[in-house]
Design a protein around this ligand. Structure first.
Ligand code: IVH
Length: 685
């Protein structure tokens, strides 16, 4: 066999396979664009080698084989398909052919609008399923799918359940009438249907078109009745009786008068300019429509002209479908790279063979997280469907299992961070995998420094996000101890700084060195160690040295600390880079009051009731409350005789007064620290 002949045979076999999946099984394997590409290649091949055209070539018929489940219906007038236009030039060529055949080629194409321009009726091309409905004396008699264009399936019982289709037309009607239109499922109904399917653990529908096709081809019409289907009518078949409308526009108006829904977006436009203008305007609004469309159909408006133009094989010469750029395409998944975000989360990104999707070349797509990769069972080397909707980041829809090469490899989460080589941790039950590097990791540096300086951590006034960005980007700092080596002149030379603010920042840095152990621990940004946990750790171990030396088992003894936090804390202090950072901070002058460790702190404050009031300097009231509760104390909002302690911060008011009145013990923050160590101090005020 010659090379083109072999290729044509291969293409025919593939197209036949996809036709079967699409029309008979309602379960397409590839996006429409891929099907179109194969069909186009076969057409071009046959055009170049006419001797290869065979009667059984899919180019010679309208797709679709009637399923055996429904009775066959022979259409009175065949249901045609449409030629596709993908580029503006295809539409220009179409319009030129129309004008030539109608004898209007005398038109001067440079002079804009003139009477030789052809009027077209333009309307959205719906992504649904074509039906033909036969009315006899205005009464719905039979409904059929398109099938292969000549013979369809009898879906009368199912169509009769659709409330948007009248069982009887209103007004004067031809004795015999076939109306054609598109049955589709609006997005809202599609989403609801899939939510219900998900809740019931059933298979989800790939897209609204398949959901609509599945609903219409139900053997049990009670199921169809529950599916949210809609319809727009756009053409007539058999028409026996009263006169036919002169234009497509009047046909649509007549349909409306009878009670048949037509697309309210339909417009009459002039010439190729009018067509392309309509196309662009609709493309811009595509995302705001309530249903899926895949392009625009232009139809010569005058029906006498339609008649004169006739048809080639199974497509009319008087109409063309101008498709939107496909928003799905097939390509190969080559590698997966992991990007590290500012909080240390690793996001897998697919690197693809470049492919045109939605009018743009796509070579990367997000994969979200490892769970997603596992759920979609993606492998390196897989053929994957890429989708791009509107401006959103392209995503990988799924892999074609049928095309997996034997050498396809599994996608593994790296053990070490691609940025800083610290171990990567993936917590059970969490989708995200994270780099444990913290300060050490260049990707997380800015975020870690921002946290270090934040109000509830070391509260370094003037050291905001913008300043941190500048310092990191200029390589002036990488980790917190670097902050304490900054010089006035280098700070003052930065954007938006100057002597005065530089001096203020240095003063704030100096002040931050005098702190408390809970604040210091919180500022380190250990994963999952919030203010309350920092306070509990500080109270339990009393001194930093004890915490640094603690085993996981010892950390687990801290009230409210579970195995996940214990592992994070232990890993943090085990990393040499973190130990070096802490040592340098202490060498720079960091200091805080340390207390004795409280062994057996759990439940140490059982039976104690504490009221917190005023502003605390060392931690927020919420954090203090949580830490106290972790030790077994009850934290209350109002003072009574049963209150054991009132902890009074700055500007304490009525609660402090009430405590004095009732003779309840009042503590300052040193007393609070004692409480947090599990001690029960005597009143201090
Ligand atoms: S007119 C002779 N108008 O597209 C003209 N078709 O690719 C017949 N379709 O089988 C079709 N929206 O299922 C027409 N506004 C529209 C359409 C439309 C969707 C479908 C229809 C047809 C297929 C051809």
């Amino acid at each position: 066999m010659s090379k083109p002949a072999a290729r044509a045979a291969a293409l025919r076999a593939q197209l036949a396979y996809h036709d079967h999946r699409y029309y008979v099984l309602d379960d397409p394997e590839v996006p429409d664009a891929e099907y179109d590409r194969l069909m186009r290649e076969l057409r071009e091949l046959e055009a170049a080698h006419p001797e290869l055209v065979s009667g059984d070539s899919p180019t010679q018929r309208v797709s679709g084989t009637p399923s055996t489940s429904f009775a066959a219906v022979v259409h009175g007038v065949p249901m045609l398909s449409l030629e596709n236009a993908f580029e503006d030039t295809d539409v220009v060529d179409f319009d030129r052919r129309v004008r030539q055949r109608l004898g209007r080629e005398g038109a001067n194409e440079d002079e804009g609008a003139n009477e030789d321009e052809v009027e077209y009726c333009a309307e959205p091309k719906l992504d649904g399923l074509a039906v033909s409905i036969r009315y006899e004396q205005g009464v719905l008699a039979r409904a059929a799918t398109r099938g292969d264009g000549t013979t369809g399936e009898d879906v009368t019982a199912n169509v009769r359940t659709m409330r948007c289709i009248p069982l009887r037309l209103s007004g004067a009607v031809p004795a015999e009438l076939e109306v054609r239109g598109e049955v589709f499922m609006p997005f809202a109904g599609f989403r609801r249907l899939n939510e219900e399917a998900a809740a019931a653990g059933e298979k989800l529908f790939v897209n609204p078109r398949n959901a609509a096709a599945g609903a219409l081809r139900q053997l049990d019409s009670a199921v169809t009745a529950r599916r949210p289907l809609a319809v727009f009518f756009y053409a007539a078949g058999t028409w026996r009786g009263s006169g036919e409308p002169a234009t497509q526009q009047q046909l649509l108006a007549q349909f409306n008068a009878w009670g048949l829904r037509t697309n309210p977006q339909a417009r009459v436009v002039r010439g190729v300019g009018g067509c392309l203008g309509y196309y662009r305007a609709l493309a811009a609004r595509r995302d705001s429509l309530a249903y899926q469309i895949d392009g625009v159909v232009y139809k010569v408006n005058r029906r006498a002209d339609q008649e004169a133009l006739g048809q080639v094989s199974r497509a009319p010469r008087w109409a063309i479908a101008h498709k939107f750029p496909a928003d799905e395409a097939l390509t190969i998944l080559r590698t997966v790279e992991f990007q590290v975000g500012r909080t240390g989360v690793l996001t897998p990104v697919a690197r693809l063979d470049p492919v045109m999707v939605g009018g743009a070349s796509v070579s990367n797509a997000t994969l979200h997280n490892m769970d997603e990769i596992e759920r979609k069972d993606l492998r390196l080397g897989d053929t994957v469907i890429i989708r791009r909707a509107g401006d959103v980041i392209p995503e990988v829809v799924r892999a074609l299992a049928e095309r997996r090469p034997a050498a396809a490899r599994r996608i593994e989460l790296p053990e070490y961070c691609p940025v800083c080589a610290s171990p990567v941790a993936r917590v059970d039950g969490e989708a995200a995998a994270r780099c444990t590097g913290g300060f050490i990791c260049a990707a997380q540096r800015k975020e870690a420094l921002r946290h270090f300086a934040s109000r509830r951590a070391l509260d370094i006034e003037g050291l905001g996000e913008k300043l941190i960005d500048q310092l990191v980007e200029r390589g002036m700092i990488a980790t917190p101890p670097d902050l304490y080596a900054l010089q006035l002149t280098e700070l003052a030379a930065l954007e938006r700084m100057g002597e005065k603010s530089a001096a203020n920042v240095l003063a704030a840095l100096e002040r931050s060195k005098r702190t408390t152990l809970p604040r210091f621990l919180y500022a380190l940004g250990i994963r999952d160690v919030g203010e309350a946990t920092a306070a509990a750790l500080a109270a339990h171990f009393g001194a930093l040295a004890a915490l640094r030396a603690a085993s996981i088992e010892q950390i687990l003894e801290v009230p409210d600390v579970g195995p996940v936090i214990a592992a994070h804390v232990h890993a943090f202090f085990a990393a040499p880079a973190n130990r070096a950072i802490i040592d340098r901070l202490i060498a720079a002058g960091f200091n805080w009051p340390e207390g004795a460790p409280t062994a057996r702190a759990k439940g140490a404050l059982e039976g104690v009731t504490v009221v917190l009031t005023g502003t605390l300097a060392t931690m927020t009231r919420e954090a203090a409350g949580a830490a106290l509760q972790a030790l077994g104390a009850k934290v209350s909002g109002s003072v009574s005789k049963r209150t054991s302690y009132v902890v009074a911060g700055e500007e304490a008011g009525s609660k402090l007064a009430r405590a004095r009145e009732l003779g309840v013990s009042v503590l300052d923050e040193a007393g609070l620290a004692q409480l947090l160590r599990g001690e029960r101090p005597a009143s201090q005020a």
